[in-house]
Design a protein around this ligand. Structure first.
Ligand SMILES: [Zn+2]
Ligand SMILES: [Zn+2]
Length: 152
């Protein structure tokens, strides 16, 4: 999977930090766009995505499919279990659903799983603040952010 001498045949279309499965560390990456010629040449080495894009670790030089950018480190951050355990109490205490989704995804949960977790602990009913546009568990009647009463 290691690519040699790629610079001449690719262009960089993005960069940032990602979790490199090879280094098993957070590393800098460059998102590369391979030209037609290049992708033909490298098909035996890496299965390029439809768009001929791949992610190159700037530390170890390994190439990965772009979806590697969604990968998270193996170990879950320690606070994820705590977030899930306290989700019901916090939501019923007036914590906005959107904030909890953000917290859960930041802790490593998929967005869909985060929503499913929230639906599991407080049900699917929501109240929405007409001012803030934030959603709350159905048991919350006043928006703690602005004090507006919530639409049912
Ligand atoms: Zn690496
Ligand atoms: Zn509000």
């Amino acid at each position: 999977m290691i690519i040699f001498g790629t610079s001449a045949r690719t262009k960089t279309i993005g960069e940032g930090l990602f979790y490199c499965p090879n280094c098993q560390e957070t590393r800098r990456y460059e998102l590369k766009q391979a030209r037609q010629f290049f992708s033909l040449y490298f098909i035996p080495l890496i299965p390029l995505g439809e768009a001929g894009r791949f992610v190159l670790c700037q530390t170890c030089g390994m190439a990965f499919q772009p979806d590697v950018l969604n990968m998270k480190p193996q170990e879950k951050p320690p606070d994820l279990a705590g977030l899930i355990n306290t989700a019901k109490a916090r939501l019923e205490g007036g914590y906005p659903v959107e904030y909890l989704v953000r917290d859960l995804t930041a802790a490593g949960l998929d967005r869909e799983v985060a929503w499913a977790t929230i639906n599991a602990v407080v049900g699917v009913g929501r109240r929405t603040c007409p001012n803030c546009r934030l959603s709350y568990a159905a048991t919350v009647t006043v928006c703690p952010e602005c004090g507006h009463s919530l639409d049912g």
